[in-house]
Design a binder for this molecule. Structure first.
Ligand SMILES: [Zn+2]
Length: 229
Protein backbone atom coordinates (compact mmCIF):
# COMPACT_ATOMS: atom_id res chain seq x y z
CA UNK A 1 0.00 0.00 0.00
CA UNK A 2 1.36 3.44 -0.88
CA UNK A 3 0.79 4.60 2.68
CA UNK A 4 3.04 1.85 3.98
CA UNK A 5 5.70 2.89 1.54
CA UNK A 6 5.42 6.37 2.98
CA UNK A 7 6.73 5.13 6.32
CA UNK A 8 9.30 2.69 5.02
CA UNK A 9 10.96 5.67 3.42
CA UNK A 10 10.97 7.51 6.72
CA UNK A 11 14.75 7.38 7.12
CA UNK A 12 15.26 8.80 3.63
CA UNK A 13 12.72 11.50 4.34
CA UNK A 14 14.48 12.39 7.57
CA UNK A 15 17.73 12.80 5.64
CA UNK A 16 16.12 15.19 3.14
CA UNK A 17 14.44 17.00 5.98
CA UNK A 18 17.80 17.55 7.66
CA UNK A 19 19.29 18.78 4.41
CA UNK A 20 16.46 21.23 3.80
CA UNK A 21 16.55 22.47 7.35
CA UNK A 22 20.13 23.60 6.90
CA UNK A 23 18.70 26.57 5.03
CA UNK A 24 15.35 26.61 6.69
CA UNK A 25 15.88 28.14 10.13
CA UNK A 26 12.43 27.71 11.60
CA UNK A 27 9.12 25.94 11.26
CA UNK A 28 6.07 28.05 11.98
CA UNK A 29 3.32 26.88 14.31
CA UNK A 30 0.43 27.37 11.93
CA UNK A 31 -0.36 28.56 8.45
CA UNK A 32 -3.55 30.31 7.35
CA UNK A 33 -4.65 28.37 4.34
CA UNK A 34 -7.50 29.69 2.26
CA UNK A 35 -9.86 30.21 5.13
CA UNK A 36 -8.65 27.39 7.35
CA UNK A 37 -5.62 27.12 9.56
CA UNK A 38 -3.12 24.36 9.13
CA UNK A 39 -1.05 23.48 12.17
CA UNK A 40 1.62 20.90 11.39
CA UNK A 41 3.00 18.83 14.24
CA UNK A 42 6.07 20.48 15.73
CA UNK A 43 9.21 18.87 14.43
CA UNK A 44 11.62 21.24 16.08
CA UNK A 45 11.91 22.42 19.61
CA UNK A 46 13.25 25.89 18.96
CA UNK A 47 12.13 28.71 16.71
CA UNK A 48 14.77 30.98 15.25
CA UNK A 49 18.20 29.94 16.42
CA UNK A 50 21.42 31.67 15.56
CA UNK A 51 23.23 28.38 15.16
CA UNK A 52 21.64 25.64 13.16
CA UNK A 53 20.72 22.42 14.91
CA UNK A 54 19.26 19.61 12.82
CA UNK A 55 15.58 18.86 13.33
CA UNK A 56 14.46 15.67 15.00
CA UNK A 57 11.10 14.05 14.87
CA UNK A 58 9.51 14.12 18.28
CA UNK A 59 8.57 10.80 19.87
CA UNK A 60 4.90 11.51 19.25
CA UNK A 61 5.54 12.39 15.61
CA UNK A 62 7.43 9.12 15.12
CA UNK A 63 4.59 7.24 16.77
CA UNK A 64 2.16 8.99 14.47
CA UNK A 65 4.25 8.12 11.42
CA UNK A 66 4.17 4.44 12.25
CA UNK A 67 0.55 4.32 13.30
CA UNK A 68 -1.37 6.45 10.84
CA UNK A 69 -3.32 4.42 8.31
CA UNK A 70 -6.22 6.68 7.40
CA UNK A 71 -6.30 8.61 4.11
CA UNK A 72 -6.76 11.91 5.94
CA UNK A 73 -3.83 11.02 8.19
CA UNK A 74 -1.68 10.49 5.12
CA UNK A 75 -2.89 13.79 3.65
CA UNK A 76 -1.86 15.46 6.89
CA UNK A 77 1.64 14.02 6.55
CA UNK A 78 1.77 15.29 2.98
CA UNK A 79 0.95 18.79 4.27
CA UNK A 80 3.68 18.35 6.84
CA UNK A 81 6.20 17.32 4.21
CA UNK A 82 5.18 20.26 2.00
CA UNK A 83 5.80 22.59 4.93
CA UNK A 84 9.45 21.56 4.82
CA UNK A 85 10.04 22.63 1.22
CA UNK A 86 11.69 26.02 1.22
CA UNK A 87 10.89 28.66 -1.36
CA UNK A 88 13.85 28.20 -3.72
CA UNK A 89 14.24 31.96 -4.07
CA UNK A 90 13.68 32.90 -0.45
CA UNK A 91 14.84 29.89 1.57
CA UNK A 92 13.68 31.26 4.93
CA UNK A 93 10.04 30.70 4.06
CA UNK A 94 8.38 27.50 2.92
CA UNK A 95 6.28 27.11 -0.21
CA UNK A 96 3.38 26.42 2.15
CA UNK A 97 3.89 29.77 3.84
CA UNK A 98 4.10 31.39 0.43
CA UNK A 99 0.53 30.16 -0.05
CA UNK A 100 0.84 28.33 -3.35
CA UNK A 101 -0.52 24.97 -2.12
CA UNK A 102 -4.30 24.97 -1.98
CA UNK A 103 -5.32 21.42 -1.36
CA UNK A 104 -4.15 17.84 -0.98
CA UNK A 105 -6.26 14.80 -1.91
CA UNK A 106 -5.26 11.21 -1.44
CA UNK A 107 -7.69 8.45 -2.40
CA UNK A 108 -5.46 5.52 -1.51
CA UNK A 109 -3.94 5.31 -4.99
CA UNK A 110 -3.42 8.75 -6.44
CA UNK A 111 -2.11 11.81 -4.67
CA UNK A 112 -3.36 15.11 -6.04
CA UNK A 113 -1.80 18.40 -5.00
CA UNK A 114 -3.64 21.55 -5.99
CA UNK A 115 -1.49 24.62 -6.44
CA UNK A 116 -2.04 28.19 -7.48
CA UNK A 117 0.69 30.14 -9.29
CA UNK A 118 2.19 33.25 -7.79
CA UNK A 119 2.23 36.24 -10.11
CA UNK A 120 2.05 35.52 -13.85
CA UNK A 121 5.34 34.49 -15.36
CA UNK A 122 7.08 33.79 -12.06
CA UNK A 123 10.19 31.89 -13.14
CA UNK A 124 10.22 29.95 -9.86
CA UNK A 125 6.89 28.22 -10.52
CA UNK A 126 8.48 25.32 -12.41
CA UNK A 127 10.96 24.96 -9.60
CA UNK A 128 8.15 24.85 -7.02
CA UNK A 129 6.49 22.04 -8.97
CA UNK A 130 9.77 20.16 -9.34
CA UNK A 131 10.44 20.47 -5.60
CA UNK A 132 6.95 19.19 -4.77
CA UNK A 133 7.27 16.26 -7.17
CA UNK A 134 10.71 15.32 -5.83
CA UNK A 135 9.54 15.49 -2.23
CA UNK A 136 6.48 13.35 -2.92
CA UNK A 137 8.45 10.79 -4.91
CA UNK A 138 10.85 10.60 -1.98
CA UNK A 139 7.85 9.67 0.15
CA UNK A 140 6.78 6.90 -2.21
CA UNK A 141 3.98 8.69 -4.02
CA UNK A 142 4.65 7.73 -7.61
CA UNK A 143 1.08 8.26 -8.75
CA UNK A 144 1.08 12.03 -8.41
CA UNK A 145 -1.03 14.67 -10.08
CA UNK A 146 -0.36 18.40 -9.78
CA UNK A 147 -3.42 20.49 -10.58
CA UNK A 148 -3.16 24.23 -11.14
CA UNK A 149 -6.03 26.54 -10.28
CA UNK A 150 -6.05 30.29 -10.83
CA UNK A 151 -8.91 31.48 -8.67
CA UNK A 152 -8.90 32.96 -6.09
CA UNK A 153 -5.69 34.61 -7.17
CA UNK A 154 -2.55 34.27 -5.13
CA UNK A 155 -1.60 37.24 -2.97
CA UNK A 156 1.31 37.98 -0.66
CA UNK A 157 -1.33 38.60 2.05
CA UNK A 158 -1.35 34.81 2.50
CA UNK A 159 2.15 34.89 3.97
CA UNK A 160 1.81 34.53 7.76
CA UNK A 161 3.16 37.21 10.09
CA UNK A 162 5.98 35.07 11.51
CA UNK A 163 7.23 34.31 8.00
CA UNK A 164 7.19 38.07 7.28
CA UNK A 165 9.31 38.54 10.40
CA UNK A 166 11.75 35.89 9.16
CA UNK A 167 12.01 37.66 5.81
CA UNK A 168 13.02 40.83 7.63
CA UNK A 169 15.68 39.00 9.66
CA UNK A 170 16.96 37.56 6.41
CA UNK A 171 17.42 41.12 5.12
CA UNK A 172 14.43 41.27 2.77
CA UNK A 173 11.75 43.91 3.38
CA UNK A 174 8.40 42.04 3.52
CA UNK A 175 5.47 43.07 1.28
CA UNK A 176 3.69 46.27 2.37
CA UNK A 177 0.04 46.60 1.44
CA UNK A 178 -0.53 50.05 -0.05
CA UNK A 179 -3.65 52.16 0.09
CA UNK A 180 -6.66 51.18 -2.03
CA UNK A 181 -6.77 54.79 -3.19
CA UNK A 182 -5.02 54.82 -6.59
CA UNK A 183 -3.99 58.46 -6.05
CA UNK A 184 -2.36 57.83 -2.68
CA UNK A 185 1.44 57.94 -2.60
CA UNK A 186 3.14 54.52 -2.56
CA UNK A 187 3.69 53.15 0.96
CA UNK A 188 7.05 53.67 2.68
CA UNK A 189 9.14 50.50 2.65
CA UNK A 190 10.89 50.18 6.03
CA UNK A 191 14.55 49.19 5.99
CA UNK A 192 14.88 45.56 7.25
CA UNK A 193 18.24 46.45 8.86
CA UNK A 194 17.47 49.58 10.92
CA UNK A 195 13.70 50.00 10.54
CA UNK A 196 13.98 53.48 9.04
CA UNK A 197 11.21 54.52 6.66
CA UNK A 198 13.57 56.85 4.81
CA UNK A 199 14.31 54.53 1.94
CA UNK A 200 14.62 55.01 -1.81
CA UNK A 201 13.79 52.78 -4.73
CA UNK A 202 16.90 51.98 -6.74
CA UNK A 203 15.55 49.49 -9.23
CA UNK A 204 12.12 48.02 -9.94
CA UNK A 205 13.74 44.58 -10.14
CA UNK A 206 16.06 42.90 -7.66
CA UNK A 207 17.62 39.45 -7.92
CA UNK A 208 14.21 38.15 -8.96
CA UNK A 209 11.26 39.82 -10.66
CA UNK A 210 9.15 39.62 -7.50
CA UNK A 211 11.58 41.84 -5.63
CA UNK A 212 12.80 45.39 -6.15
CA UNK A 213 15.97 46.99 -4.93
CA UNK A 214 16.00 49.75 -2.32
CA UNK A 215 18.59 51.62 -0.38
CA UNK A 216 18.26 52.99 3.14
CA UNK A 217 18.85 56.74 3.42
CA UNK A 218 19.77 56.37 7.11
CA UNK A 219 21.97 53.28 7.48
CA UNK A 220 22.93 53.39 3.78
CA UNK A 221 22.44 49.63 3.42
CA UNK A 222 20.93 48.36 0.17
CA UNK A 223 18.13 45.81 0.52
CA UNK A 224 15.58 43.87 -1.47
CA UNK A 225 11.86 44.43 -1.11
CA UNK A 226 9.42 41.59 -1.71
CA UNK A 227 6.72 43.35 -3.73
CA UNK A 228 3.12 43.24 -2.60
CA UNK A 229 0.87 41.28 -4.92
ZN1 LIG B 1 18.51 51.21 7.32
Amino acid sequence: MPGGEFYRRGAEAQKILTLRASYYPTLRASVPLWGKTYSPPRLRTSAVKKTYSPPRLSASAVKKLTMVTTLSGIEELVWERLSLIPDPEIPVISILELGIVRDVHYDGEMLEIVITPTYTGCPAMNLFVAEIKAAMHDQGFDNLKITTVYSPAWTTDLIPADAMERLKKYGIAPPVKGSDDPFAPPPAIPCPHCGSEHTSLVSQFGATACKSLYTCDDCKEPFEYFKHF
